[in-house]
Design a protein around this ligand. Sequence first.
Ligand code: ASP
Ligand code: MG
Length: 456
Amino acid sequence: MITVMKFGGSSVGSPEALGRVADIVLGTEGQKVVVASAMSGVTNFLVSAAESDNRKDRERAVEGLDEMHLAAAAKLFEGVAMEAFMDEYRPRFEEFKALMTDEAAAADPFYMDTVSSQGERFSTLLLAHVLRLKGARAVAMTAEECGISAEGRPLNGSAALNRTESQMTMRLKPVLEQGIIPVITGFYGINDDGKVLTFGRGGSDYSAAVVANGLDADVLEIWTDVDGFMSADPRMIPDAVLIDEMNYAEAAELAYFGAKVLHPRTIEPVRMKHIPLRIRNSFKPEDAGTSVHHLRKQTDEMLKSVAVKTDLSIISISSAEIAYRPNMVARIIEKIAENDVIIYSLSTSLSTVALLVHNNDVKATMMRLNTLDAGDIERIEVKSDVALVCAVGDNLLAKCGVSGDIFSAVKDARANVEMISEGASDVSLNFVVPMYKVTEVVRSLHSRFVTKERSA
Ligand code: ASP
Ligand code: MG
């Protein structure tokens, strides 16, 4: 039995938290693999240091991180344990220092990836040594040592799953078979040219799923600082409830749209190999959390959760008979893609293409769109401050009359629906309402379909 356990920044954020995490690992049966994020705050700190052209800022970052990790070590280790930790810490730290003081390194397109991933090298070292102190055989391993292969553009990598799998079979499996617990750096892999490539912010969850995939693990546990997936954001809906189980598709939609429980890309690598995933709270290890797997059981329940993405804008591009000019639609999307802007929803009519983007991306998107031939475009309009509501439920759209029921709850909230995208996935119905109405809409949906069904 192989369990891959991932711990996030706040779970490894202090000496006390590290001790708690080590107990959780040691309390787990079978072969264990640990994947960890940087200590909380460290990645942000590294990103701002790397962004600064001021040499002093970077030197300060080096000192700051050294102090922080050494302070944690001083609370955790003494004597030989401290010496053993320092033997491994020093070379990693020297490498980090050299990177931050090397002016030429900053010109590398993968510089930000390399700098921002440094925190994981230190947190995993601390955790491996805490495990050893508690009597386990544990070893800190970097993503390069265990063979996490990545491909793609800087700051936006994806794992090369097949290659990762064969490398892990050679490098990681033997470690496990000797009863050793590897503690692996999350957040990045190594590309074909040997460069560090990160998986996007929050990407350690995805790293853990990639490791689970590569090892054919029996279960992936994501240990974080929340209880699991909720039926709605509890800050918005105080009587939101924890979801005990859900299927991969539902979890993927919720992760993509909703709360920051899980990096949305975590689902695919485990879904492919039918590896169940569990979200657990490292501050409440006795709780079961949310379990995500292939749910076969049919339920009458209509909605599992209502997620919301706020601060979005609709950009509508009008041009005569645009629907008959697919090239034009393609060019619009291409322009927007040049900025790597995420399009949350897209709908077309005879003469309009409407796109949903984040408020912060409007300016850059408009600049790109303005480079299109003026003769082709009649009008571009922006409607800011809208929110995307994502109603998630298993097989939602296969159930008859569901949209009618959902929109009748929206009507109860007296909200105008600005845009709809139904059918893009059969577990979610997404629509856009004005920001000032979103809480009321979610409350209406939640009380009608979630709370009521549970109390029935
Ligand atoms: N440390 C990285 C970040 O803050 C990766 C992660 O936490 O998952 O984005
Ligand atoms: Mg996270």
